[in-house]
Design a protein around this ligand. Structure first.
Ligand code: ATP
Ligand code: MG
Ligand code: FE
Length: 346
């Protein structure tokens, strides 16, 4: 059966189409993403009103493109899934309204799903059925460690950032280094020529009395700012590559250490990375290294599936359908602070 997924929680209008087979496997048929990121660049961050308007303009053409790419028509779609939260309220509302309209028009069930759970579910499109896993989700809005026994069932949050998300830290540090928004990919690129051990930036929340699975990145961001200011005051050129590499190392060191520790403590044999920051080349390399050392299997979707997209929502909708989950009501609300424990809005 064919499932259409809609994602509008932030600045990406994503529409994905997947096929669910009788054995519960999912296959990616289309993944159309229209991003308004360029419109936000000059503000240095996502502007909610701009994102909402861009979703409105992009939605229907994106649905048509996705159906076309998948080689199916609206009549073939047997379920519609949509991100119900968390995210920007105005942005979510556009996707939820569109999903309700399509589900009603095609007379098919509607699944209002959790964005974070969808970031986990997307991996099944690339790597097949997902065993119980520990998931590290890192994006511009989230940094969370989740215990995921079953992709269609409840998840247990183990920890999250207490201030900035990892992607937010990348974006803010990039900004103070004069790199364009969103800064993550630029830091990743610039850092390749730098020495990750050049500057010993702080590793937040790694003390013996700190919450073992929470994260903090705002102190790190301040440390980078101070370091750069001090160099500028002294008239010394800022070694961009070294600063970027050392900052990046501080982030991915903490992320991978805590994720591997959580997986071991929970007896999980699989660690899954998701969210836009999972596209980071150093995070992927260090996670691989530490998982190998700990005897843990690492699963990371390709970068195009890590950043926000509609296929991840379609994949989760398909798994929920396969598990016999009760669809969401026709008056499904958008919930900007939907808790991660709520995989499906009932
Ligand atoms: P949400 O948090 O709701 O998922 P988002 O738009 O921030 O929304 P994504 O599209 O998953 O989520 O991720 C975007 C973030 O990922 C940005 O902060 C961006 O800088 C970061 N990012 C993307 N590529 C890289 C990279 N190679 N290295 C580091 N960070 C990256
Ligand atoms: Mg985004
Ligand atoms: Fe996301």
């Amino acid at each position: 059966m064919i499932v259409l997924g809609i994602e509008t929680s932030c600045d990406e209008t994503g529409v994905g189409v997947v096929r669910l087979d009788d054995a519960g496997g999912v296959e990616l048929l289309a993944n159309e993403v229209a991003s308004s990121v360029d419109e936000h660049a000059r503000f240095g961050g996502v502007v909610p009103e701009v994102a909402s308007r861009a979703h409105l303009q992009a939605m229907v053409p994106a649905v048509h493109r996705a159906l076309g790419t998948a080689g199916v028509s609206g009549r073939d779609v047997q379920a519609v899934a949509v991100t119900a939260g968390p995210g920007l309220t105005g942005a979510l509302l556009v996707g939820v309204a569109a999903a309700k309209a399509y589900a009603a028009a095609w007379d098919v069930p509607l699944y209002g799903v959790n964005h974070l759970a969808a970031h986990v579910a997307v991996d099944t499109l690339q790597h097949g059925p997902l065993p119980p896993c520990l998931a590290l989700l890192v994006s511009g809005g989230h940094s969370s460690l989740l215990d995921v026994p079953d992709i269609a069932g409840p998840v247990t949050p183990l920890g999250a950032t207490i201030d900035d998300a990892a992607g937010e830290a990348f974006d803010k540090v990039a900004r103070l280094l004069g790199l364009p928004f969103p800064g993550g990919p630029h830091i990743d690129r610039v850092a390749r020529d730098g020495d990750p051990a050049a500057i010993a930036f702080p590793r937040g929340l790694t003390g013996p009395r700190d919450a073992p699975f929470d994260f903090s990145f705002s102190g790190l961001k301040t440390a980078v700012a101070r370091h750069v200011e001090a160099l500028e005051r002294a008239g010394t050129p800022v070694p961009l590559a070294d600063v970027a590499a050392s900052f990046q190392e501080a982030v991915v060191d903490v992320l991978t250490a805590k994720a591997v520790r959580a997986a071991r403590e929970r007896g999980m044999e699989t660690l899954l990375l998701g969210g836009g920051v999972a596209a980071n080349s150093r995070l992927r390399a260090l996670a691989e290294e530490r998982c190998t050392a700990a005897g843990i299997r690492l699963r990371v979707p390709r970068p195009g599936l890590c950043t926000d997209n509609g296929a991840m929502v379609a994949a989760l909708g398909a798994h929920l359908f396969a598990a016999g989950a009760k669809p969401s009501p026709a008056d499904l609300p958008a919930d900007s602070s939907l808790p991660v424990t709520e995989v499906l809005v009932g």
